[in-house]
Design a protein around this ligand. Sequence first.
Ligand SMILES: Nc1ncnc2c1ncn2[C@@H]1O[C@H](COP(=O)(O)OP(=O)(O)OP(=O)(O)O)[C@@H](O)[C@H]1O
Ligand SMILES: [Mg+2]
Length: 157
Amino acid sequence: MSGATAPLVLEIATEDQMHTFGVRLGSLLIEGDLVSLNGPLGAGKTTLTRGIGEGLEAQGNVSSPTFLIARTHPTASGTPFHHIDAYRLSSPAELDDLDIDFARSISVIEWGKGFAEGLSESLLTIDIERDLETDLRTLSLQGQGRFANVAEFFGEH
Ligand SMILES: Nc1ncnc2c1ncn2[C@@H]1O[C@H](COP(=O)(O)OP(=O)(O)OP(=O)(O)O)[C@@H](O)[C@H]1O
Ligand SMILES: [Mg+2]
């Protein structure tokens, strides 16, 4: 991605830390922001999303939607929060069918790679690696739009 800086790498040792980072991130998100979460089963994508929902003061339970592809939560600011799980989607066209207005909402897509690109000018991609022995999660963050300089974004907030 042109203009993007090197990824910001964060080490997250526990589920609580993952949640807390999500709360911080959620409190920084604004209309038009899209977060793409990637990483294997159990990486912590939903844990992070639950924190983001708390940071947004989203109503309702943010959970791993087993049968739903997407769930929309009202938030304190009035901007809707869409939590999407692309695991069962086979093509971006299926995401199109959901008719989500990404410019007028805040969205998180679990398994976003291959789906999130091009949906919003303001995209934060978080890749999560999982160490099976230590539970340590290594997050690599990269973005475009207001997340292009991701280290500065998190450093200044
Ligand atoms: N450092 C950590 N960060 C996040 N979760 C952790 C950590 N260490 C252990 N865990 C555990 O890993 C699991 C993460 O589950 P979670 O549902 O958030 O993952 P997921 O990436 O959404 O998985 P899926 O792809 O199945 O939806 C939880 O059971 C949590 O307790
Ligand atoms: Mg999940």
